[in-house]
Design a protein around this ligand. Structure first.
Ligand code: G2I
Length: 464
């Protein structure tokens, strides 16, 4: 896989991730730790697994501070969503304009994020002048475009999507202007030109509907295989993964593996999972399961180097404008609240939203407290704690304590009676849920405020 930038940061991130992972078992009267590690970001969690987790972005959103606060902190990789395409980068023949794409690359560099370049050759978002180039000149025009664009970003992008979407669903070549005027060889020529322009960038072929094993991914497979045999410089394939709720291809992991076995890296490059809007709890749960499946499939294959969501917030997705009545495809909602799909990725990447502590009393009674963060949004969160009687006899009351180490507060709380002293929160049973048979459980919940980091605390349960 490609050498990641910012190695020191990643090692640090791994330590942070490890610090919040794991189930705790403590004896009675063990105090909760006085400070908790900050909750890791998706980028940090991915880095701890030797991967990246990124987002595409576009220039207009860089002016929205609520948006950039998330973009700049949560991800360790950025894809230039639009402005490296021909209509922006070479608006008229031979005149190159990197103003907008440079802004995105500068943002990424300022936030220690690696950049995927997107895309050097595509049939879409081409300025009109390209269609008028005589057939005999288009190969030279394409080479010149790649030399200038990849040359401009030489050393600044880790991957290039060199050629994008060159196949039809049946595996035949798409009849793009490049295909028609240059012929089958245009893809290999594009890769050779990209290698010459930036020898250190990993060069990707990128497409959609190639996540599972099918006619289109077979065509991609055969092309990669023949490129490897001929020595055409290709380093990876991008599976865009514009998916539909409940329809993650069952052959996703097997497909990733077969490309890895050809000797190329694989990246999930444009992940989103769309649903009929509006969202509801059942759809959110299915979407979370789907995001988890995709993340796990990537983690299962060493050469799957990272995952990029095609922007991160439902308010900034391409889906509603192209698929009317569909949307809500991403991991944050329109207001930058984390969705269940976020937490599914977080957990799949090794983050934990739960700790369980067990205490045993001298008289053989005991209980566990399982603390779970069930929702987080800017400035707040919802938690719940499940108390279980782990002793052999009925208990008539319980107390759960934890420490709020990062300035969080507990506000409204139900199914329990809370008192707070400084950072210490104590919750006793309500008058109706203290009595638990052996192995019986009860759950209380609460909402609270948090100013950023909201790590899962060690909640300690004692019996009355
Ligand atoms: O279509 C989804 C993606 C499929 N794979 C390749 C990606 O490059 C592609 O990205 C999308 C962008 O996210 C959209 O933002 O490509 C679209 C064009 O095919 C982009 O849409 C265009 C709109 O069509 C324009 O009206 C708009 O001015 O985005 C432009 C800039 O916002």
């Amino acid at each position: 896989m490609s050498a990641p930038a910012g190695r020191a940061r990643r090692v640090l991130a791994a330590a942070t991730a490890a610090a919040v992972t794991g189930t705790l078992a403590v004896g009675m009267a063990v105090a909760a730790p006085s400070s908790e590690a900050a909750a890791p970001t998706l980028g940090q969690l991915a880095a701890a697994k030797g991967r990246y987790f990124g987002s595409a972005t576009d220039n207009p959103t860089l002016n929205n501070s609520a948006y950039t606060a998330v973009l700049g902190s949560e991800f360790d990789q950025i894809t230039v969503g639009n402005t490296q395409k021909w209509m922006y980068s070479e608006p008229s023949r031979g005149r190159f304009d990197f103003t907008q794409a440079d802004q995105i690359v500068a943002f990424a560099q300022a936030h220690d994020q690696i950049v995927r370049g997107h895309t050097l050759v595509w049939h879409n978002q081409l300025p009109d002048w390209v269609n008028g180039v005589p057939a005999g000149e288009l190969l030279g025009v394409m080479r010149n475009h790649i030399a200038n664009v990849a040359g401009h970003y030489r050393g600044k992008v880790v991957h290039w999507d060199v050629v994008n979407e060159a196949f039809e669903e049946d595996g035949t070549r798409r009849q793009s202007v490049f295909q028609q005027k240059i012929g089958d060889s245009y893809i290999a020529e594009a890769f050779k030109a990209a290698r010459a322009a930036d020898p250190n960038a990993k060069l990707y072929y990128n497409d959609y509907n190639v996540e599972g094993i099918n006619a289109k991914s077979d065509a991609m497979y055969n092309m990669v295989k023949s490129f490897k045999q001929q020595g055409i410089p290709i380093d990876g394939v991008g599976l865009q993964a514009h998916l539909i709720l409940g329809q993650v291809p069952g052959t996703l992991q097997q497909n990733i593996k077969r490309f890895a076995d050809l000797g190329v890296d694989v990246a999930i490059t444009e992940l989103d999972i769309r649903m009929r809007t509006p969202r509801d709890a059942a759809k959110d749960a299915q979407q979370a399961a789907d995001y988890r499946t995709v993340t796990n499939a990537c983690l299962a294959v060493t050469r799957c180097v990272g995952i990029t969501v095609w922007d991160f917030s439902d308010g900034y997705s391409w889906i509603p404008s192209v698929f009317p009545g569909e949307g809500a495809a991403l991991i944050y909602d329109e207001n930058f609240n984390k969705k269940p799909s976020y937490w599914a990725v977080y957990e799949a990447l090794g983050g934990t939203t739960t700790t369980t502590t067990t205490t045993t009393g001298n008289n053989g009674t005991g209980c566990t407290a399982t603390y779970r963060v069930v929702g987080q949004w800017n400035g707040g969160y919802q938690g719940e704690v499940t108390v279980r009687n782990t002793g052999a006899v009925r208990i008539t009351g319980w107390t759960v304590k934890w420490t709020l180490a990062q300035g969080q507060t507990v506000g409204s709380l139900w199914n329990g009676v809370s008192t707070t002293s400084g950072q210490e929160v104590t919750v006793r049973n309500a008058n109706y849920n203290g009595n638990l048979a052996p192995n019986g459980t009860t759950t209380f919940g609460f909402t609270g405020s948090s100013t950023g980091a909201n790590p899962v605390p060690t909640a300690v349960c004692t019996t009355a």
